[in-house]
Design a protein around this ligand. Structure first.
Ligand code: HEM
Length: 261
């Protein structure tokens, strides 16, 4: 009954407001922090391919329990991806609450941002746009990894080059790095982390650190993407050569059989 009364009047019988929105905000921040830090770890993980194919295969094997089990178990990776996906979905659901839901709300936001010329307000809109892209691209990537949990440089390269998924990864990379970078910066500002004595000065410094980190992870991501495409190309052309030589052998054998006849 309390909820129904609050639903109509916006207040409870005791005059207080629900604490649920604050709790939801906290959960959104916590899931965002987890995903942001996870992405940094993830980028270093996929970048091990820059050391060597073997390095990536070894790290990926460790996720499949190679150091504990006698045989690798890709299901462990599926389970980890499922857990990340659940957190991703919770974060997206809570993020949806903040998006403008009709033209009027969008107009108010735009007028506000234009009038204030406040960089953090403009950044917020970039976070909303990239978040929207992640609804689709992030989900697709996670579902692919959940259902194809064996990770090797050859398989990943094949996806990037052979399955022509590099444009997909390029968009995902920019969306996730901008979204994550802005998100972590906003978390620091919102919860007053590293605030110190002069909040304005801290904000300026945080903004610089944010752009430096975004530039670093974008550069690392782009070089890594290129490495996967190269590996995919290498395996695709050696596969083509193999097919060509097998076809040639079959032709020669067929010719010899004809000659004998
Ligand atoms: C546990 C969950 C995850 C696993 C196991 C995983 C695994 C991988 C792997 C193996 C690749 C290399 C390409 C491929 O094989 O398809 C990759 C690339 C990538 N992933 Fe994930 N991923 C996970 C979660 C995420 C999430 C949540 C995001 C962001 C929404 C993300 C964004 C990316 C991006 C942007 C790339 C391209 C990296 C680059 O260009 O350097 N991944 N991921």
């Amino acid at each position: 009954m309390t909820n129904v009364i609050e639903g109509y009047l916006g207040k409870r019988v005791d005059g207080k407001k629900s604490r649920l929105p604050a709790r939801l905000d906290f959960i959104q921040s916590a899931t965002g922090l987890f995903l942001g830090l996870f992405m940094w770890g993830h980028m270093f993980f996929v970048a091990t391919v820059l050391i060597s194919e073997e390095a990536l295969n070894t790290v990926a094997g460790a996720f499949e329990g190679s150091f504990l089990l006698s045989e690798k178990q890709p299901l462990i990776v599926s389970f980890i991806v499922f857990a990340v996906f659940c957190i991703f979905v919770i974060h997206a659901c809570l993020g949806m609450r903040k998006l403008p839901i009709n033209f009027r709300q969008y107009q108010i936001y735009k007028a506000h941002a234009t009038y204030m010329k406040h960089s953090d307000t403009s950044l917020w809109f970039w976070q909303a746009k990239t978040g929207f892209i992640l609804f689709f691209f992030g989900s697709a990537h996670l579902i692919i990894m959940m259902t194809n949990p064996t990770i090797t440089a050859e398989i990943s390269g094949g996806r990037m080059y052979g399955n022509f998924m590099w444009p997909f990864y390029l968009i995902l990379l920019f969306a996730v790095e901008l979204h994550g970078g802005i998100g972590l910066y906003r978390l620091c500002v919102k919860w007053g982390w590293f605030e110190g004595k002069d909040a304005k000065e801290t904000r300026k410094k945080l903004s610089k650190v944010k752009w430096a980190l975004t530039a670093f992870f974008l550069a690392l991501g782009l070089v890594t993407l290129l490495a996967y495409v190269k590996i995919g190309y290498k395996y695709a052309s050696s596969h083509e050569q193999h097919v060509a030589s097998v076809t040639q052998t079959i032709d020669i054998n067929a010719q010899s059989a004809e000659d004998i006849k």
